[in-house]
Write a protein that binds this ligand. Structure first.
Ligand SMILES: [Zn+2]
Ligand SMILES: [Zn+2]
Length: 270
């Protein structure tokens, strides 16, 4: 048990097509969303971020792509924690079927891990039953949603009321279009079952964002079809042109945080 700590602490330990992992901590609970890194890489990232490495309570897996579960088996073995996923993801991933401690959740049905209430919600992506997660505890709320081809009204609804969010800003549409990827891969990435573009995220920030979150992490940036400056600027433009400016914005502006494939993001304490 953690004796004292923040009400909610979040860090994206790494994000991109080579591995994803987000750290979430409350006063009593520590968990990871996705385990795309091996044990040494994970320890290094936790140390770099100044986060504890001694104990975890759970691992949540969003979907059955290896950049999200590749380190799951070693993590579970080391920390002796259960892995939570829905049945579709487990059915798709042989590595999850071998784990002793597996807990099933159903999309849309909240469950608890320690003091944290978790709800998985469906997203549009090219695998069995992909999800994002919404977390609530003690009046705070946050969400992790990456690997989605489109920002649907139902996803937008799950992001309402969040104090922080990790959202995908995968590619610049022009860079993808003009880049060297094969045509079919370009089609896959930009389809409603692929990955969210900078522009699609900016549209959400302009029209769908409720203005509550003060911390927005831009995640799953493509190394070949995006640039951090472009992702940041596109999201900033979305926020500036928002139809729903809030009173908060005057004295406590929304902070956009970049995430990186090779190193952890900043740690946000709420
Ligand atoms: Zn991914
Ligand atoms: Zn994926």
């Amino acid at each position: 048990m953690v004796q004292s700590g923040p009400l909610m602490r979040v860090c994206v330990l790494g994000s991109g097509s080579s591995g994803n992992c987000t750290y979430i901590e409350t006063s009593r609970t520590r968990l990871l969303v996705d385990a795309g890194f091996g044990p040494r890489s994970l320890s290094r990232r936790l140390n770099q971020a100044g986060l504890p490495t001694d104990r975890f309570d759970a691992l949540l897996v969003t979907h059955g792509h290896i950049d999200h579960y590749g380190g799951a088996a070693s993590f579970v073995k080391r920390y002796r924690v259960p892995v939570f996923s829905n049945r579709g993801t487990r059915h798709e991933v042989a590595a999850l079927q071998d784990l002793d401690r597996w807990e099933a959740f159903q999309n849309g049905v909240p469950f608890t891990i320690g003091d944290l209430t978790v709800e998985a919600f469906s997203v549009s992506h090219d695998c069995a039953d992909p999800v994002g997660f919404r977390f609530t505890e003690n009046g705070f709320c946050g969400a992790v949603v990456t690997d989605l081809g489109e920002m649907t009204p139902s996803v937008e609804q799950k992001l309402r009321g969040c104090d922080w969010m990790v959202v995908e800003s995968n590619h610049d549409e022009e860079m993808l279009r003009l880049g060297a990827y094969p045509f079919r891969l370009k089609q896959r990435l930009s389809s409603p079952m692929g990955h969210l573009s900078n522009r699609a995220l900016a549209r959400f920030l302009r029209d769908g964002f409720d203005g509550r979150a003060r911390h927005i992490f831009l995640a799953h940036l493509s190394r070949n079809n995006n640039h951090p400056d472009i992702a940041l600027e596109t999201a900033r433009q979305g926020l500036i042109s928002r139809t729903r400016q809030s009173f908060h914005d005057l004295w406590d502006p929304v902070r956009l945080h970049l995430t990186d494939q090779v190193k952890p993001s900043i740690v946000v304490n709420l």
